[in-house]
Design a protein around this ligand. Sequence first.
Ligand code: G3H
Length: 256
Amino acid sequence: AVMKNISGLKNMEKQLEEVLGVSKVVIVSGDSDQYATVKNEIGLACVREIERALGGVNIIAVTGGTTLAAVAEMMHPLRKAHQDLLFVSARGGLGERVENQANTICAKMAEKAEGRYHLLHVPDQLSDESYHSLMEEPSIHRVLQYVRRATIIVHGIGDAKTMAIRRHSGDELLQKVDTEHAVAEAFGYFFDQSGRVIHKVQTIGLQWEDLFGVRTVIAVAGGKSKAEAIQAYFKKGPSSVLVTDEGAAQEILKNF
Ligand code: G3H
């Protein structure tokens, strides 16, 4: 495929902002499904967006996944004078490889950015009983307060089925993904094509309502295979920032 030049990418960004109803779209060239290096470019572009969104006091909540791991990989010192930088995990431990867990990513980002961090030391999927008792743990409550008060939220978007399988979800969820036609996943929520939540993991981490209000939400997701997921997520998702790649952008814009 012929890769677009810079002005072509700028054009696509404007088109995608309109189509998705997102305030700002950043597109890096290439398709991360095809070349792993493109994911690092997405990571670097995301670091720049985080930098742009910084204020005096900064609480940056981060989720997990390979794309967020690339953001951590590309992170560099961010702190300027008078800037307080605190990174918090938005999710507990998932059925993911350790390098793709929110806690690992959060600690790595903070270290590279020269900030502080608070981790969420809980399993991601909880029974009613553990959910209520953990919510009363002061140390967990404290981290959750930071997540609620985050000034910047950075999260990935995944394909529903891919994520359900990768996280070793039970048969019940796998079936639900099929019967309810889930196409997107983000922070434990599963969405259908219209952006309706068809399933949510019982977690004490980031909740849907935390995404709205006075804060910057940066969604990071690329690759042609995520086109449908990105589109579905933004049907009802916050109109903040999307950092993506040409592979996903071209596929989304194909239908317009
Ligand atoms: O939470 C994880 C995201 O939904 C997608 O993960 O960045 O590895 O594709 P990924």
